[in-house]
Design a binder for this molecule. Sequence first.
Ligand code: S3P
Length: 177
Amino acid sequence: MWVSLIGYMASGKSTVARMLGEHALLEVYDLDAEIETAAGRSVAEIFAADGEASFRDLELAALQRLPAGADLVLACGGGVVERPAAVELLRERGAVVWLDATWEILRRRLHDSPPARRPLLERGWDGLGDLYRARLPLYARAAHFRLRGDLAEPRELVSRVLAAKLRWERRGAREGT
Ligand code: S3P
């Protein structure tokens, strides 16, 4: 099964995914990296040359290429929830875990982190805050589990994600899937 981490930019998806790979020996995929490798271009270049809709097409195609039955953890880009087909695929493949955080915390992290792979930072703080609020219901609808990523250390989050994975597997076993 997949454990897919979703959430806004800077919610800690990549960090938690990497640690899950180290601690739980799960294979780790980073969706942005998959897109860049396949396209031979950076996320920023794709946004600049082809626009966001094309990027979302590549994002969905990258998801479709990942091994369906593998035991893996996937750090998704923050906008993966914009495409219903991508959400549907993630939910079919396994547990979808939302790393949530307040806008104030995310804003601070975005401010302090380099803008790699984040062309949307061009929208400015008001635009990014609006996007965060607009996406909250999309994350809520996509996720099977919601974790407050800003209230726990990454190590603690790793344990909680693994607990969610276990619950998901038990639920599947009960339902005979
Ligand atoms: C995006 C988030 C980025 C990356 C791209 C678009 C978004 O990933 O996929 O810049 O729409 O929120 P991170 O969430 O890993 O920064």
